[in-house]
Design a protein around this ligand. Structure first.
Ligand code: ADP
Ligand code: MG
Length: 706
C-alpha cells in the first residue's frame, strides 16, 4: 500500500496504475561490476565510484542557484560531487552513508570531481537493488527517493508475475525475444548490462509494434464508410499546368510528382508526405496534385502556417494554376468580412477549385462542396487536431503533407503509421553556391563587410536577431556548471517538442528594434533598413515583406519570423546573431532564405559562445548543406524523449524507443503490423486479442479496469 502523499508524488511521475509502474523504466544503471576507486578513476572518463559520504553541504553561490556538494571518500582518496538543483539530496543523503555515483570525472580546484552524476545510496539492506552488480536508477522526485521507487517497482513486478504475454509466440520466436515477464524483470533489475539490453530489445519492439498497429488501425477507422476519390491525373488542367511552368522540373520533382499522382489515382485515400529541404521546389510539385483535383471535379484546400506564406502561394502558385484553368482564392485571418463571406460562399457552391489560406481554412465557415484533396504546407507546424479538422471537411480526401523538416523515413513511420513518402534531396539551383561561416563575435565585422559588398552589387541582406530573454537563466546555470543537464534528479521533464527545432521562441522585440536602429544609423546608414518581428500585425509584416521583395528595403532585420518558405532571390547575405542559441534544423531553415536565386550567397553564424559543444555543433553547419544530415546530427545530440515530442500523438505511449538507434526495429514493426492487420484487421483472432488490448491501453488513452 502506498500513502496518499506518495500516491500523489507517484502521479507526478506519471504512475497511476500497476501498468504505469511496470513501465516506469530506469533512466540509467549503475554498473557496480565496473567500479573504479577515487584513485583509479581516470579524468575525462565516465565511471562509477563507490564510497562513504564524508560531508554533505548545501551551497548558494547566487540567490537563485542552489547546489549540494558531497565529499566522498574511499580507501584511496576523495571525490567531490556537485549536484545542481537537487536540494532535496540534503534529506536523502547523510554523512556516513555509502553511496555509488556515476558520471564523468573532471579535475578542478585540486580535486577529482563529478558534476550532476547519478547518485544512489547503496548501503540500504531493504531493496532488491543489491541483488546484482547493476543498480537501476529509476526516475524519482524530491519526495520519492530512487531507492523507494525501486522497492515499489519490485513489489509491482511480484504482483504482475505470471501475467499473459500479449505478443504472439510467432513474433517472439522470429526475433528471439524474451517473454514480457522476463523482460520486465530484467529491465528493472538486470543482473548484467547485457541482460538489460536484451530486455530493452524486446520491450522496444513491442512498443513500436503497438504504435504501428494503433496508427494503422486509426487510419483505417477514419476512412471507414467514406468513399475515397480515385483522381483523374492526366486531365486537361494537369497538362496545362505542366506546359505553363516557367522551368523544367528536376528529375526528383518529376519522380515525386509521379508518385503523388499515382497515389491520388488509386481508389484508397492517399496519405503522402513530400519531404524536401528548403528551396527544393515542393510547391510546384503540389501544384500538380491541386490541378488533378480540379480535373476530377473535386476541390482542394492548401493550408500554410503563416499569412506571408499563404499569400506567396496565392500569388506564385495561384497564378500558375489560374493560367491552367484552375480557379484559386486566398483566405486568411485578415481577409475582410465581406470578401470572406463571398469567398466561402463560392467555395461552398463549388465555384472555386482551390482555396489557399492560413488557419482561417480550419474555421467552420469553410465548407467545400466536394473536397478531394487537402495539402498542408510546412506540416510540422500544425498539430494533429488541426490536420484532422482540415481532413474532416471532406469524405476521405487525399492528404498531401509538405515538410522541410528532414525526418528520416523511420521517424515518419513512427509518427504517422501508414504513410507514403517522396523525397526531394537537391535544389533546382544546386549549381549556385552558398557558403556558411561561423564567426566569433569579435570578428563579426567580416560579416558586415560582406553584407556591404553585397549591397554595393545591388543585392539584399538579412540580419537575424538574437534570441535574448528566454534562456538567459539557463545560460547562467550553464556558466555555473551545466546545471541544465541536471534533469536527473527527477524534475518534471518536459521534452523539447518537435525535432524541427522551432520552439516558440520569444521574439525579443526590444533587442531587434535596437539592432535595426543601430544598423540603420551606422553600418548601413546609406541603405534602407527595416524591421520585422513576431509582435507586428499581419498587415505590417506583409508591407515590410513587400518593400523588401520590391527592393525598396535593402536590409531586413528580423527575428525568426522570416518565414519558412519566404522567397526573395535577390537576398544573398544572411547574418545570424547568437547563432548558438538556435537548433541546427532551425538555422538550416533560416539560411534557406538565401541562395534561392542564381547568385552565390553567404551565411554568417555569429556566436559569442566559448563552449566547445556549441561551437562543434555550429561547425556542422559549415561542413554540410544537407538538411537530412544536419537533422540526424541534431537528433544524435538529443535525449530520447526530445525526439518524439508529446505534441505528436502516439508518441506519448513510447517510453523506450530511440528513433535514430532503433530505425531497423521501426521498419520491422511497421512491416509486421501491416502483415498482422492484413489477415486480421480488427485483431479479433484469439492470438491477437491480448495485443489489441495492449494497443488500446498504450495509445488510445484507455485505462485498465475490468
Ligand atoms: P520549398 O521546397 O522550400 O517550398 P519552393 O517550392 O518555394 O521551395 O521553391 C523554391 C524556388 O525554386 C522557387 O522560387 C521556385 O519557383 C523555384 N523552382 C522550383 N522548381 C524549380 C525548377 N525545377 N527549376 C527552377 N526553379 C525551380
Ligand atoms: Mg515551401
Amino acid at each position: 500500500m502506498v500513502s496518499p502523499a506518495r500516491a500523489k508524488a507517484l502521479e507526478k511521475l506519471g504512475v497511476r496504475t500497476l501498468r504505469d509502474l511496470l513501465t516506469h523504466f530506469p533512466r540509467s544503471y549503475l554498473d557496480l561490476s565496473q567500479v573504479e576507486t577515487c584513485a583509479s578513476a581516470r579524468i575525462g572518463e565516465t565511471c562509477t565510484i563507490r564510497g562513504t559520504v564524508h560531508e554533505i553541504k548545501l551551497k548558494k553561490p547566487r540567490y537563485n542557484l542552489k547546489l549540494v556538494e558531497i565529499a566522498l571518500v574511499d580507501g584511496t582518496g576523495i571525490l567531490m560531487v556537485t549536484a545542481f538543483r537537487q536540494p532535496w539530496l540534503m534529506d536523502q543523503v547523510k554523512a556516513g552513508d555509502e553511496v555509488a555515483v556515476s558520471g564523468k570525472v573532471t579535475f578542478d580546484y585540486g580535486y577529482k570531481r563529478m558534476t550532476n552524476p547519478f547518485i544512489e545510496v547503496v548501503g540500504e539492506q531493504d531493496g532488491p537493488s543489491m541483488a546484482g552488480a547493476v543498480v537501476p536508477v529509476h526516475p524519482a522526485t524530491e519526495k520519492l527517493s530512487a531507492a523507494w521507487v525501486r522497492r515499489i517497482v519490485a513489489n509491482g513486478l511480484e504482483e504482475a508475475d505470471g501475467a499473459f504475454d500479449p505478443l504472439p509466440l510467432g513474433l517472439r520466436l522470429r526475433y528471439r525475444l524474451m517473454s514480457r515477464n522476463a523482460a520486465l524483470h530484467a529491465i528493472h533489475f538486470p543482473r548484467t548490462m547485457d541482460e538489460a539490453a536484451e530486455a530493452r530489445r524486446r520491450l522496444v519492439y513491442e512498443e513500436l509494434l503497438y504504435l504501428e498497429l494503433f496508427l494503422m488501425q486509426e487510419g483505417a477507422e477514419r476512412a471507414r464508410g467514406a468513399t475515397p476519390t480515385a483522381h483523374v491525373v492526366d486531365g486537361r488542367r494537369v497538362g496545362a499546368f505542366a506546359t505553363g511552368l516557367p522551368f523544367a522540373l528536376t528529375g526528383e520533382q518529376e519522380r515525386a510528382r509521379d508518385e503523388i499522382l499515382a497515389a491520388m489515382a488509386a481508389s484508397s485515400a492517399m496519405n503522402h508526405m513530400l519531404l524536401g529541404d528548403v528551396g527544393t521546389g515542393k510547391t510546384v510539385v503540389a501544384g500538380f496534385a491541386l490541378a488533378a483535383a480540379a480535373d476530377t471535379g473535386g476541390q482542394a484546400l492548401l493550408l500554410a502556417p503563416t499569412e506571408v506564406l499563404a499569400r506567396q502561394h496565392a500569388e506564385g502558385l495561384g497564378s500558375l494554376l489560374a493560367a491552367a484553368g484552375v480557379s484559386c482564392e486566398l483566405l486568411t485571418g485578415s481577409t475582410p468580412a465581406a470578401e470572406r463571406a463571398s469567398i466561402t460562399g463560392r467555395f461552398a457552391a463549388g465555384e472555386v477549385d482551390v482555396l489557399i489560406g492560413t488557419h482561417a481554412l480550419l474555421s467552420d465557415d469553410v465548407q467545400p462542396a466536394r473536397l478531394t484533396l487537402a495539402v498542408i504546407d510546412e506540416q510540422q507546424r500544425f498539430g494533429v487536431d488541426q490536420r484532422a479538422r482540415l481532413l474532416a471537411k471532406g469524405e476521405a480526401p487525399d492528404a498531401l503533407y509538405l515538410t522541410a523538416t528532414p525526418i528520416p523515413r523511420t521517424l515518419a513511420l513512427a509518427l504517422y503509421g501508414n504513410l507514403t513518402l517522396s523525397y526531394l534531396k537537391h535544389r533546382p539551383h544546386d549549381a549556385v553556391s552558398r557558403s556558411t561561416r561561423v564567426l566569433p563575435k569579435e570578428l563579426q565585422g567580416e560579416a558586415f563587410d560582406a553584407a556591404r559588398a553585397a549591397l554595393a552589387r545591388g543585392e539584399q541582406v538579412y540580419v537575424v536577431c538574437p534570441l535574448v530573454g528566454k534562456s538567459t537563466a539557463e545560460r547562467d546555470e550553464k556558466a555555473a556548471g551545466k546545471a541544465s543537464d541536471a534533469d536527473a534528479a527527477g524534475e518534471e521533464y518536459h521534452p523539447v517538442v518537435a525535432i524541427e527545432g522551432e520552439g516558440d521562441f520569444d521574439d525579443d522585440v526590444t533587442a531587434a528594434t535596437k539592432e535595426a536602429a543601430m544598423l540603420q544609423a551606422t553600418t548601413f546608414a546609406d541603405y534602407t533598413v527595416e524591421l520585422m518581428h513576431g509582435g507586428m500585425g499581419a498587415d505590417a509584416k506583409r508591407a515590410v515583406m513587400e518593400r523588401f521583395r520590391d527592393g525598396e528595403v535593402q536590409v531586413l532585420v528580423a527575428t525568426t519570423v522570416i518565414e519558412v518558405g519566404v522567397d526573395v532571390p535577390n537576398a544573398t547575405v544572411m547574418i545570424v546573431q547568437d547563432a548558438d542559441r538556435f537548433g541546427l534544423a532551425q538555422l538550416h531553415q533560416l539560411r534557406g532564405r538565401v541562395g534561392r536565386g542564381t547568385k552565390a550567397a553567404e551565411v554568417f553564424l555569429v556566436s559569442a559562445s566559448t563552449r566547445d559543444e556549441s561551437l562543434a555543433r555550429l561547425a556542422a553547419m559549415e561542413t554540410t548543406d544537407d538538411g537530412f544530415e544536419l537533422a540526424a546530427y541534431d537528433l544524435s545530440l538529443r535525449r530520447e524523449g526530445d525526439i518524439l515530442g508529446n505534441r505528436q500523438h502516439g508518441a506519448s505511449g513510447l517510453k523506450l524507443v530511440n528513433i535514430m538507434r532503433d530505425g531497423a526495429v521501426i521498419e520491422a514493426a511497421h512491416a509486421d503490423a501491416a502483415a498482422l492487420l492484413d489477415v486480421d484487421p480488427c485483431l479479433e483472432e484469439p492470438d491477437h486479442r491480448a495485443m489489441a488490448r495492449e494497443v488500446r491501453l498504450a495509445f488510445a488513452g484507455e485505462t485498465v479496469g475490468g
